[in-house]
Design a protein around this ligand. Sequence first.
Ligand code: PLP
Ligand code: CA
Length: 302
Amino acid sequence: NVGPRASAEQLQDPDHLIDYTETFIFDCDGVIWKGDKLIDGVPETLDMLRSKGKRLVFVTNNSTKSRKQYGKKFETLGLDVKEEEIFASSFAAAAYLQSIDFPKDKKVYVVGEEGIQKELELAGFQYVGGPEDGEKKIELKPGFLMEHDENVGAVVVGFDRYFNYYKIQYATLCIRENPGCLFIATNRDAVTHLTDAQEWAGGGSMVGAVRGSTQREPLVVGKPSTFMMDYLAKKFSISKSQICMVGDRLDTDILFGQNGGCKTLLVLSGVTSLSMLQNPENDIQPDFYTNKISDFLSLKAP
Ligand code: PLP
Ligand code: CA
């Protein structure tokens, strides 16, 4: 019984789900942590799953860090997670370029933060742009023509707190004028939760600006696109029907699991409330839902 359901079932027998799952893919923000704070019961839950021999994989749409930087974050939070178990959308952008044999003598223009730069570097790609271009201003004088590097063969756009008009124009010139230039988006999250006081414009807002000026659709490598799922399934030789995708967001995590043909579990410890799940206008229904992942421990039959 894989695939979307008419309506989600409240998780009552986690042991059954655990027994029939070989790999758990955990979304990070809203499932493992909230911002910089660990969610209650996570270490014990991960330990229990590992003791049962389950493979654990962590996927995040947040492209601001590299997998190495996420490794440090897990460590700081007291979680024993290896870099190789972490798949951020920054890594996905570099992995995608590798998968298509993107030429090493071409460059990537980065609209995004350090995570993307570090992953491109590790994969051996040359890049220009990044946070440094956030300082650049355009002085419009009559006849002013902005130069761009004709050797840029791909533009990667992700969440960028240093976003400005210079970057939009540079990315636009590359995509419109360099023959065959790729337009890659790490993710398209509309909003994100930088603080718990309000929602903040997410990576989708930067991607939207470049879509607007180029009239081109990006290739998305983060959730809910199937790229990372296919990558993981191949890398670990896992059958997608043996995967359970655990996430807090319907239009990224749950859709990601469903697009991949996996089982899906929504946790209510992040951005989705029970009333949002049950809203008649919501057409994304996970297989199961529960409050938080540590329910795997507490819901055990006596
Ligand atoms: N993008 C940004 C910039 C974020 O800050 C976050 C969450 O903190 C996300 C995306 C979503 O991350 P995740 O996929 O781990 O929920
Ligand atoms: Ca999340």
